[in-house]
Design a protein around this ligand. Structure first.
Ligand SMILES: [Zn+2]
Length: 226
């Protein structure tokens, strides 16, 4: 296709977010453009967003001054960076429960130990599987993203169900996988608290990652998208 951005709108109509990628220079472009703003290329791929993202900030709109949004209050407006490298501003139709989340970088809650990172959240649960096709059929969840036979991200509702094929073996058993800003810094902090390093920080195909055991011996993964 040449200069065609219609796949983006078609995906929107299906309720999916795809990111335009210039096949000449490999940069992501969002919102889509008929020509690449960096290299002028006209050949594009449109790839599904993984569903992961880092919320920088959000606000709950109770009274909208934007005509297109009037009558839909309350809704959430959020600024989210995607691991695909594109920044988006997203509207969620989520009735806000203030206090359920705290905005990025607001620091620690007095009386509680500092979290792994200021913005830690459970990113996915990593499940090592022998065969991706078989496992996808077994779990029966919608596939959000797939990388050949290495990896598939399934929509598990609130959390991604991450299937790791034999080529993507990170742990021998299912393990919670926490997304952090800085894997090395988080490993240092957690070993100081009695965690044990199983695999030191290393580069994966889509992320930096490390495997640790908690003081009870439970495996978990830390990762940070590249
Ligand atoms: Zn380009």
């Amino acid at each position: 296709m040449s200069g065609d951005t219609s796949p983006y709108r078609a995906a929107c109509a299906r309720g999916e977010l795809v990111i335009q990628r210039c096949t000449a220079c490999d940069r992501r472009i969002h919102l889509p453009e008929p020509a690449c703003p960096w290299c002028g290329g006209h050949e594009f791929a449109f790839e599904p967003a993984s569903g992961d993202g880092l919320v920088h900030t959000y606000t709950v709109v109770h009274r909208s001054f934007a005509p297109g949004y009037r009558g839909r209050e309350p809704y959430v407006m959020a600024w989210v960076d995607l691991p695909e490298g594109a920044g988006v501003r997203a509207r969620g139709g989520v009735p806000a429960r203030t206090g359920a989340h705290r905005p990025a970088g607001t620091g620690d809650v007095p009386g509680r130990p500092a979290p792994l990172e200021a913005r830690v959240k459970l990113g996915n649960v990593l499940i090592p599987v022998a065969d991706l096709d078989e496992a996808i059929a077994f779990y029966g969840l919608p596939v959000k993203f797939r990388d050949g036979d290495r990896f598939a991200a399934l929509d598990g509702g609130g959390v991604t169900v991450a299937l790791a094929g034999p080529a993507e073996q990170v742990t021998d058993s299912a393990a919670p996988s926490y997304k952090v800003d800085d894997v090395t810094a988080a490993v240092e902090r957690l070993t100081a608290r009695g965690g044990e390093v199983v695999r030191a920080p290393e580069a994966g195909p889509h992320e930096t990652r490390a495997v640790l055991r908690d003081p009870s011996g439970n495996l978990f993964v830390l990762y940070s998208p590249l």
